[in-house]
Design a protein around this ligand. Structure first.
Ligand code: CMP
Length: 139
């Protein structure tokens, strides 16, 4: 059975460029319910932990640098088949090849500055949700 949650980060690059409102509007239009949300800045250790799966990749250092560059918005999103539908909404990792109208096409600058993160599996969505939110912070 497909899960009903996914986790998104509106990355520091997108926050700094004033895209938070527009991205949240697109999320609402796609019928996601926001069940938890925070505005925070990750430190290096937290970023390395969150992106541990990418450790050893050539882009890992840059990834950690960009995600800790300023405050970001983290939100837990809910709807049926959440991971797959949200990944369609955000588009390919690289904005250059992302489909027209997707969040990364509209608001991303490059593969590193790609505006948003979305969980890539139901299993990771649960892990990422637990990383940022306690039960008491979910509605
Ligand atoms: P995100 O969905 O946050 O997950 C991992 C991030 O690594 C990805 O988005 C990109 O911002 C970043 N990244 C940088 N270079 C690459 C690359 N070559 N392939 C995949 N991800 C990359």
């Amino acid at each position: 059975m497909k899960g009903n949650i996914t986790l998104t980060l509106i990355k520091p690059y997108a926050v700094q460029h004033g895209y938070v409102g527009s991205i949240l509007a697109k999320i609402n239009e796609a019928s996601f319910r926001i069940s938890a949300m925070k505005y925070l800045q990750m430190n290096k250790k937290q970023a390395e932990q969150f992106y541990a799966i990418h450790k050893g990749k050539p882009y890992f250092e840059k990834l950690v640098r960009f995600i800790t560059d300023g405050p970001l918005v983290v939100a837990l999103l809910e709807r049926e088949n959440a991971v797959e539908i949200y990944r369609k909404l955000i588009g390919a990792t690289d904005p250059k090849i992302a489909a027209e109208g997707t969040l990364r096409k509209l608001f991303g600058a490059s593969i590193e500055l790609n505006a948003v993160h979305g969980s890539d599996s139901d299993e990771n969505a649960v892990w990422e949700a637990n990383f940022f939110f306690s039960e008491m912070e979910r509605f």
